[in-house]
Every structure is written in C-alpha cells, then in structure tokens.
Design a protein around this ligand. Structure first.
Ligand code: COA
Length: 257
C-alpha cells in the first residue's frame, strides 16, 4: 500500500484517504491498485462494515494523473488498475460513503456514482471533463447518468464538461448532503458509524436491491467505455488536450475532423 493512499480501520469502518496533496490528489496506476486492494480488504474482512472514501481538507481528487494518461492504459480495461478498482467499487456488497471537499474531477465524480451516500462540503466542485480532454465517459457514467438525470442533463454534464457546485449536485440528486466544509468528513463518519451499527445482512440485501436495475448492464457499459477510452487516449485530440494542460493553456481542437 503506497502512502499516497492511507487506510485506517476503526470501529468497523475502513477509511480510505487519497493523500497526494501536491498533485491535487491526482490518481496514478499505483494509487488505483491501492484503492482496489483496500476494497478487497474490506470485502474479505467481516469486521469491516462500511468504507469511507475521503481526500484532503480542500481536495477530493483531480482525477486521473494526466501524465499517466499520456502513457495510455496498460492492457484491457478490466485488467488495468483503474478498471479493477472501478469494477470492485461497483460490485462491493459493503456500504460505501464518500466525503468530498474541493475538486472531484473525472473519476473523482464518476466513482461517487457507485457510493451509497455522498457528503460534500460547500467548497466541493464536481466535473467530468472527459470530452474536454478528447476522451469519453467512464466508470459507468454513460449508463447511470442518463438513467438517473435524463439524457439531456447527462449530455450537458458529459459533453460540455463544466464544473458544478455542491448545490447543483444536490439538486441533481448526485449527493446526499451539503456540509460546512470543515465538517464534511465528521458528518460522513457519523453516518458510517450508523451504517456499521445496522444489521449487516439487511444492509447487504438493501444494497443489492438498490443496484439491481442497473447491475447486469453496468459491467458491459464499463467495459465498452473502457475500450473506447483506451482508443481515445491514443487519439491526437487527447494528445493535444493533455499537452495543453501541461502547458497551462486551452486546447485547440479547431483543426480536427
Ligand atoms: N494530473 C497530474 N497533475 C495534476 C492533475 C492531474 N489530474 N491535477 C492537478 N495537477 C497538478 C498541476 O499540474 C499542478 O502542478 P504544478 O504545481 O507543477 O503546476 C498541481 O497539481 C496543482 O494544480 P493546480 O492546477 O495549480 O491547482 P488548482 O487548485 O488551480 O486547480 C484543479 C485544481 C483540480 C481544478 C486543476 O488542477 C485541474 O483541472 N486538474 C486537471 C483535472 C483533470 O483534467 N483530470 C482528469 C480528468 S479525466
């Protein structure tokens, strides 16, 4: 386990903290491996009844590390560290809670679609800028967002890729509660304690039923997204967008067909 992902088991809750503050908690392959390992640990340990994902006081995660993106995806999506993490997250039977402050970009937003409850500080900023980076949706977002929000709202979030506030996310039904930013993690933890005190088999049954309508389609949606995403990563559009980020300028897509 890298020290960029910290885990702590306490009171039957596994807290998983993204801890790469100098890079806005951007996620590398090694960090996804640790996130996946944490979920496997939680699944295997009957003494863990709830998982809490959190970041730092002012940042959840800036999403995938853009330098890693430039290298492409190592292998078929389900075998990559990010694919393994997302599939484990979508399939875990334990309740998962997230405490989000500051930016939650890319997978920082799409991973929340698989959490059972999401607590966001007033300073939270969500964004799925996949198209802006010459990429395409991931993490099951192309299936879940249209079915939850309707096609046109999903298209706006995924095609324009603008950042949106905690108020917007609450209005859209993507988060459970808006918190004073200094209280986000404490409020999420209180709820984790309540979940951990519930009857575990009843919580598992509830979670299974809540996921039932999308469960069968989710894996195939994630694999299809992953395949297209890997292709998009090799595209000149993505190369231009990633180069532009490194050069701290806006991408220029004007010459692409
Ligand atoms: N990958 C790699 N490095 C990243 C990163 C990422 N996803 N996000 C931020 N960083 C780095 C920045 O390059 C910067 O490095 P520098 O200090 O060497 O210049 C450092 O982290 C701080 O980021 P900065 O952009 O200065 O912070 P900010 O508070 O102004 O903005 C964000 C924060 C998250 C809004 C902004 O960094 C951002 O948009 N990041 C890219 C998000 C993204 O596109 N992710 C992929 C989604 S699919």
């Amino acid at each position: 386990m890298t020290d960029l992902i910290l885990t702590e088991k306490h009171n039957r809750i596994l807290t998983v903290r993204i801890n790469r503050t100098d890079r806005k908690n951007a996620l590398t392959h090694a960090m996804y491996t640790s996130l996946g390992d944490a979920l496997e640990q939680a699944q295997a340990d009957a003494d863990i009844r709830c998982v809490l994902f959190t970041g730092s006081a002012d940042c959840f995660t800036a999403g995938n590390d853009l330098s890693d993106f430039a290298q492409g995806l190592p292998g078929a999506f389900q075998d990559t560290p990010v694919g393994r993490f997302l599939l484990l997250l979508a399939n875990t039977t334990k309740p998962v809670v997230a405490a989000v402050n500051g930016p939650a970009v890319g997978i920082g937003t799409t991973m929340l679609l698989h959490c059972d409850m999401v607590f966001a500080g007033q300073n939270a900023r969500f964004q799925m800028p996949f198209a802006n980076l010459g990429l395409c949706p991931e993490g099951g977002s192309s299936l879940l967002l249209p079915s939850w929000l309707g096609r046109v709202r999903a298209a706006e979030l995924l095609m324009l890729g603008d950042a949106f506030t905690a108020d917007d996310a609450y209005r859209l039904g993507l988060i459970s509660r808006i918190c004073d930013s200094v209280q986000t993690e404490a409020e999420a933890l209180e709820t984790c304690k309540r979940l951990a005190a519930q009857a575990p088999a009843a919580i598992r049954a509830t979670k299974e039923l809540l996921s039932r309508s999308t469960h069968d389609d989710l894996r195939s949606a994630m694999l299809a997204e992953g395949e297209l995403f890997a292709e998009r990563l090799k595209s000149p559009e993505a190369a231009e967008a990633i180069k532009a980020f490194m050069e701290k300028r806006k991408p220029d897509f004007s010459a692409f067909k």
